[in-house]
Design a protein around this ligand. Structure first.
Ligand code: ZN
Ligand code: ZN
Length: 325
């Protein structure tokens, strides 16, 4: 047995790709190099400003170089995180139509980024009721898929679970199963729409994933209600919030309330083998991407963590465009 200092795991078990959501403001090719340099192998990005309805008219000029660098450095799968504005579960018509259009646009441009996954939040019924929210969501996804590149390849829509604030839909596994049923009623199976589990959101929703047994229970429930192969992505985050608080505040891995034991079970659980895991931890543009990639690998290997510096825990400045939920 070598000492923890020299022992450096290089990949997650079970064929899980490990990636991070990185900003592309300093260059798209640079983001590919960065994730590969810090020891990751997958990448999540925004295609454009995530807090705006406006989309650029033409693809970014760096896009062909970005795709070439992905291939050179063996980085993938690429996931697109859709803008926060998209809400397909709400009752307001204008917002709904714009949401369908924006998701269709993301699905269409994703291919230019070599992205086969487009992650979108389930959304909020805004007081109109859970059942109506789920029906509208399923219809909205069907319409966005129909509108995106008709006849051509379309990436997988990946619906992300919510922490539960503000009339959120998609908080519990039961919610996700009802959404899957509504989608199946429109002929949309897991080859078109699958699910993303965000660990910080699961925690906010009340799942006791700080305990290995809590992770086992959750994944057994997912398997029973959604079926194997339903989880296409994991957002790997610790949480600053209380369990069940319905609050979504991401923390560096191992430094939050979920912690090492639960995250270790998650990262080694056979139910999530082969599923890409993306970090959405704070301060990606301040060098903490490297720390969290290293600690994800160490947690999976059952090794003690590299310490998170106190200034990183105090940092609140990274909740902008580089920090998706
Ligand atoms: Zn997330
Ligand atoms: Zn998200």
């Amino acid at each position: 047995m070598t000492s923890p200092r020299t022992e450096k795991p290089v990949s997650l078990p079970g064929g899980r790709a490990l990636g991070a959501h990185l900003p592309m403001a300093d260059g798209m090719v640079r983001a590919v190099d960065r994730i590969a340099d810090v020891g990751g192998s997958a990448l999540q990005v925004f295609t454009d400003n995530p807090t705006s309805w406006r989309r650029r008219a033409e693809p970014p000029v760096e896009q062909p170089a970005f795709r070439a660098r992905l291939a050179e450095r063996g980085v993938g799968p690429v996931a697109i995180h859709a803008p926060y504005l998209v809400n397909l579960a709400g009752p307001e018509e204008e917002l709904y139509e714009r949401s369908v259009e924006l998701l269709a646009s993301e699905l269409t441009v994703a291919l230019g980024f070599d992205a086969r996954l487009v992650n979108v939040h389930v959304g909020s019924h805004r007081g109109a009721g859970r059942e109506l929210g789920i029906e509208r969501l399923a219809l909205g996804i069907e319409r966005a898929l129909d509108r995106a590149t008709p006849g051509g390849p379309v990436p997988l829509v990946v619906l992300e679970n919510s922490a539960g604030g503000g009339f959120a839909v998609g908080v519990t596994v039961e919610d996700l199963a009802d959404i899957a049923d509504a989608l199946a009623g429109r002929g949309l199976g897991r080859d078109r729409v699958a699910f993303c589990l965000d660990t910080a959101h699961l925690w906010g929703a009340g799942y006791a994933i700080s305990e290995p047994g809590g992770v086992d229970d959750l994944l057994a429930r997912v398997d029973a209600l959604l079926g194997p192969g339903s989880i296409a992505m994991v957002h790997l985050n610790d949480s600053k919030a209380e369990r069940g608080s319905r609050i979504d505040r991401h923390e560096h891995l191992g430094a939050g309330r979920i912690g090492h034991a639960g995250l270790h079970r998650l990262l080694t659980h056979p139910a999530l083998a082969g599923v890409p895991h993306y970090l959405e931890t704070p301060g990606m543009d301040e060098g903490y991407d490297a720390l969290n990639v290293a600690n994800a690998l160490r947690i999976a290997a059952g090794l003690p963590l590299e310490p998170v510096p106190p200034e990183a825990l105090a940092a609140r400045g990274s909740a902008g465009l580089s920090a998706p939920g």
